[in-house]
Design a protein around this ligand. Sequence first.
Ligand code: VAH
Length: 314
Amino acid sequence: KILVIGACGQIGTELTTKLRDIYGVNNVIASDINTRNLELVNSGPFEIIDAKNYNAIKDCCKINNVKTVYLMAALLSATGEKYPMEAWDLNMNSLFHVLNLAKQKTIDKVFWPSSIAVFGPTTPRENTPQHTICEPTTVYGITKQVGERWCEYYYEKYDVDVRSIRYPGIISYKAMPGGGTTDYAVEIYHEAIKTGNYECFLSENTSLPMMFMEDAIKATTDLMQAPSENLSIRSSYNLSAISFTPEDIYKSIKTEMPEFSITYKPDFRQDIADSWPSSIDDSVARNDWNWQHDYNLKDMTFEMLKQLRKKYNS
Ligand code: VAH
């Protein structure tokens, strides 16, 4: 069976649904620290698990014969700057718990998300390579950089089959993102439908690597299904699809909604965004497990606006 920790989050929500489509509802246990996503809670097996609680995770795995864990719980970049020690505690200890369960063979496969946040201001910003300088300047980025080192260590030292992706910003319509710097790229679509204008917390020319959720979920399940011998990276794979700026999104929304307006009011998240690359080289993922993104900005905008109109019944 499969356990998704942090299943109520932005990625966890859609990942759980996709895994249930592939493996069957009753073979995928969703868990989170609370039941904030009632639709998910009522859609199949669900357990309240605090990702910092080793025994809670171990008991769930043993009782339900869980063999694969997707660890999706974390405090993201913006929240991590407000609560540094909580971010270190959750992001690191949850990873240790799951890696140790794999080391002792309670489970036999782990997915753990990393992020473009592992890169910092000294990293080459254009087409950032798989192997490069990583001096992250956020707590979140530090936890992801160190987490990658631990994943590779557990693979090399204890033969733990842990797999990871450095997610770019992810845009989706089903569940809201939780405290990230790229959240503007989700909020802007909601505001376009709800109010017709958006005050953006990043400057108009801030280019960041981004991806539509459908592509992120495809990448995650493709990586987890790839033959282990094909994988040359056990820290975390660079992955990207599209890079764009707030102005690019604004213009793509405007083609469908000519009356949409935007203002720019950068806040503390501008410094975080400025420390990250503007585009990523994901050729290693494309070579190792045939990664290929499907959605460009135009397709994503079309889908986001269509789905959000339905959601807001407008
Ligand atoms: C964040 N959405 O903004 C997350 C992600 C690449 C960014 O890690 O913190």
